[in-house]
Write a protein that binds this ligand. Structure first.
Ligand SMILES: NC(=O)NCCC[C@H](N)C(=O)O
Length: 417
């Protein structure tokens, strides 16, 4: 078993361990009819996507990062009868499956080998997959052979979003989009029952219960662990102020962070998460999409409120102060003069095209060394000219789900700065 010192103490400190997901059956089940609903802009060539993903994993391993594959973690988790029951109780519900199917699908799933069950939970279950089943009920009769009894979760590829480590603990995120909500059930099971996490003690800040969290949603692509006790959170299409408040309170209570900076983002698909337009590439350096004008972004600095402030301001325990210079606020939090902000601003069209292809969504492996899609030549050249080393990975297929190297990885052990 791998040495585990779980915790993510910065965005750019040396990355030691991360969870990635090698895309499997779920990509074969993406069609022109369902890809929009499943938050993909196109269908993919699955075999090629897997080869590209293998190349990504290899770059990380060559750099000394221990990579855990989520499909394997889930399969190993489901070896435990308790874990299987935990997942099936939450997936095979009457609301999701109908009264007749809930019990019969659950009975079939109980008998499956853990690896098969993990594959189908992520890849989706069609009526044809259940062919020996003779069920009654309206739902069963309305389903065509190829229809999904349980839809696939192709965005499991983007491990960044459904859980996020922040300093010594993790948040298991209530996801904004219906197409991604079941992902969090799988992560809850892995963090509870997988041997990598089962014996460890760490706070779970949010989401590890069966409460209906909507609309207090959070997604990891919006969460940046800046380091030195600070956390930057984007509020755009996916993360709401209610979600940020709950997380901030929990982080402060656990003594894991001393300041949260919440920044409002334009609500658009191209900018669905903060990390599609802003990532950290060195201890004092950010990569920013030039279409995102920081001076126009409203942002707030959130710290734990004193007892007096709680009474005077009725603020729910959070001292919230609106600020007017985002990178100035970040500099304060990091105790530096002013961060360096790199931008492709010579060619607006190239910047826009490359942002769409996740040029600004790089994953730092250590200060000044990042992984990014090879296709984004203008951004990668600009980074190299500014002393940032880019390790390129292929992206012809992978990028069609609209996520880059940062989106596809969930760091679980990373050093501070
Ligand atoms: N952090 C990220 O920006 N993740 C990319 C998620 C893409 C996925 N298709 C989604 O819409 O949720």
């Amino acid at each position: 078993m791998t040495r585990t010192r779980l915790g993510v103490h910065s965005e750019v400190g040396r990355l030691r361990q991360a969870i990635l997901h090698r895309p499997a059956l779920e990509l074969d089940r993406l069609t022109p009819d369902n890809c929009d609903d499943l938050l993909f802009d196109d269908v993919l060539w699955p075999a090629k996507a897997r080869t590209e993903h293998d190349a990504f994993v290899q770059v990380l391993r060559d750099h000394g990062v221990t990579v855990h594959l989520f499909g394997e973690l889930l399969a190993e988790t489901l070896h435990s009868a308790e874990a299987k029951a935990f997942v099936l109780e939450r997936v095979c519900t009457v609301q999701r499956l109908g009264t007749a199917l809930a019990a019969s699908v659950r009975a079939l799933a109980e008998d499956m080998a853990p690896a098969t069950l993990a594959e189908l939970l992520i890849g989706g279950i069609t009526r044809a997959d259940l062919s020996p089943l003779h069920a009654g009920g309206l739902r069963w009769q309305t389903l065509g052979l190829d229809d999904f009894v349980i839809p696939p979760l192709p965005n499991t590829l983007f491990q960044r979003d459904n859980s996020a480590w922040i300093y010594g603990g993790v948040t298991i995120n209530p996801m904004a989009m219906a197409a991604r909500r079941r992902e969090s059930i799988h992560s809850r099971a892995v963090y509870r029952y997988h041997p990598l996490f089962r014996e460890a003690t760490f706070p779970i800040y949010y989401g590890d219960d069966d409460v209906d969290h909507q609309p207090a949603t959070l997604e990891g692509g919006d969460i940046h662990v800046l380091g030195r006790g600070a956390v930057l959170i984007g509020m755009g299409e996916r993360t709401t102020p209610q979600g940020v408040e709950i997380l901030a309170r929990s982080l402060f209570r656990a003594g894991q962070a001393s300041r949260v900076i919440a920044v409002e983002l334009p609500k658009s698909h191209a900018l669905m998460h903060l990390d599609t337009v802003l990532t950290m590439v060195d201890t004092d350096t950010f990569l920013r999409y030039p279409g995102l004008a920081p001076e126009t972004l409203r942002h707030w600095s959130i710290t734990p409120a004193s007892a007096d402030e709680i009474v005077e301001q009725n603020n729910g325990g959070l001292a919230v102060e609106q600020r007017d210079d985002l990178f100035g606020t970040i500099a304060d939090a990091l105790g530096i003069d002013r961060p360096r902000v790199l931008c492709v601003d010579a060619d607006g069209r190239a910047a826009a095209r490359e942002q769409w292809d996740d040029a600004d969504n790089v994953l730092a492996l250590e200060p000044g060394v990042v992984v990014g899609y090879e296709r984004n030549t203008v951004t990668n050249t600009m980074l190299a000219e500014n002393g940032i080393k880019v390790l390129p990975i292929p992206s012809g297929e992978l990028g069609r789900g609209r996520g880059g190297a940062r989106c596809m990885s969930c760091p679980i052990e990373r050093e501070g700065i």
